[in-house]
Design a protein around this ligand. Structure first.
Ligand code: APR
Ligand code: PHB
Length: 397
């Protein structure tokens, strides 16, 4: 049995756990990260790729953004394609010059892991049977895990549950002390990563009678594209040629425009869902990121919310541990949830106006969604609201 002692025991080595560990270190606090998976798995998971203005700046200010600064693609606007015709909303014009950074989440995670290890913070990969103890009332919580056939105990002042939707942290909270809000959508996204030069400089979100499509990218030679598909879709039903033809159709065939094709190196299907737990704290356990909330990827908010949460948590923990001031920590959940629900609303709204559930091509709702999108593309006021949400609302802390 081996024992470790830190200020904060962080469970999960995704963007929220890694960023929290760094922000705590800047405040002079110690942490350890316990991660269930192998390092290669964590670094190889292909995820979304849009950073809000403030989230990118947080990574850069933390010192972990050298490669982000060098390799990110800064975008001034986003495009929409409605039944094949394209239109653009300027972000910089409507959101006071703010841009978004297009940079793969797994690249950001890779950068953060390298930085964290170089700076002497321990990350335990392949930590099995992680279990949380005495966080609800006790002043000295602890976390146990198995590694290399031995049990280990981490004694700490606080526990941060940064272990995603399926993690152990939220599940350790008694059901009667939390309330969960769920919404599922009757479709998923088929995503591909392809060795192809993007045919667009900016993201294109498409609404089409066949369903949603998205043109995104990772570099000048890598394209990332998505198609709305029915929930029960098997990837095998989507050979490469069929994927490309459908992308062409939904993204711009009517305007005589097509996507650039190339070798598809990743193809997978993700369901779309929304989820929030309230509160995000119980005693000395604080949830952050996907452990506390999930958004459908349409609004590109997942990683950004994770970073916003841990900004508040790091300052709150530092005030408490360094200055014995619990005021911000007591407000952690309320402060985060204000942003979370706005991002939920935005992601739900974007998902609604851009997707067409199967068999609902010509319904009252589809006409409303179309009118909504047309309003967005023709009104300065509406475009401003969109841009403000898309580049990221201001941080409270
Ligand atoms: N013990 C230890 N680690 C765990 C456990 C467990 N029981 N359960 C899950 N984990 C790990 C996962 O393996 C994963 O590496 O927790 C990590 C959680 O990371 P993310 O899922 O990336 O969550 P988060 O850091 O909150 O980042 C949110 O990730 O999924 C995207 O769309 C999401 O962009 C958003 C971002
Ligand atoms: C991506 O690049 O993977 C991406 C971009 C925008 C989204 C979702 C995903 O809304």
């Amino acid at each position: 049995m081996a024992n470790q002692n830190v200020d904060v025991c962080i469970i999960g080595c995704g963007p929220s756990g890694l960023m929290l560990s760094r922000l705590l270190a800047i405040k002079g606090l110690s942490s350890i990260i316990l991660e269930r998976s192998k390092r290669a798995h964590v670094e190889g998971r292909i995820r979304a790729g849009v950073l809000e203005h403030g989230a990118a700046q947080t990574i850069i200010d933390s010192g972990m953004g050298e490669r982000l600064k060098a390799e990110r693609m800064l975008h001034d606007g986003v495009c929409f394609a409605i039944d094949g015709k394209q239109a653009r909303v300027s972000l910089t014009a409507y959101a006071e010059g703010q841009q978004i950074s297009v940079y793969g989440q797994h690249e950001a995670v890779r950068d953060m892991i390298a930085f964290t290890l170089e700076n002497g913070v321990e990350i335990v990969f392949e930590a099995e049977d992680v279990a949380l103890h005495d966080f609800e009332t006790g002043a000295s919580p602890s976390v146990t895990y198995q590694k290399d056939g031995r049990e280990h105990t981490v004694s700490c002042k606080y526990i941060a549950g940064c272990d995603g939707f399926h993690g152990v942290s939220r599940k350790s909270m008694p059901q009667e002390k939390i309330k969960e809000f769920h919404r599922s959508f009757p479709f998923g996204w088929l995503g591909i990563l392809a060795k192809a030069e993007p045919a667009t400089d900016e993201l294109i979100y498409a609404r089409h009678k066949n369903g949603f499509a998205l043109y995104s990218m990772r570099s000048s030679t890598l394209s990332r594209l998505y198609l709305q598909v029915p929930l029960d879709t098997d990837v095998a039903d989507w050979p490469d040629e069929k994927v490309w033809n459908e992308l062409d159709l939904r993204l711009g065939a009517d305007a005589g425009w097509s996507v650039n094709r190339g070798e598809i190196i990743d193809k997978s299907i993700t369901p779309l869902r929304s989820f929030v737990v309230e509160p995000m704290q119980l005693g000395r356990l604080f949830l952050a990121g996907d452990a506390a909330h999930i958004v459908p990827p349409t609004g590109a908010k997942g990683m950004n919310l994770a970073i916003a949460d841990v900004r508040v948590l790091a300052v709150g923990l530092a005030k408490m541990i360094n200055d014995n001031d619990v005021s911000l920590l007591n407000e952690y959940s309320q402060i985060c949830l204000r942003r979370v629900w706005k991002a939920q609303r935005f992601s739900w709204w974007m998902t609604g106006i851009l997707h067409t559930p199967e068999g609902a091509q010509d319904t009252y709702q589809s006409r409303i969604d179309q009118a909504d999108l047309e309003h967005l593309l023709s009104s300065d006021c509406y475009a401003k609201i969109f841009a403000e949400n898309y580049v990221g609302l201001p941080f409270e802390v």
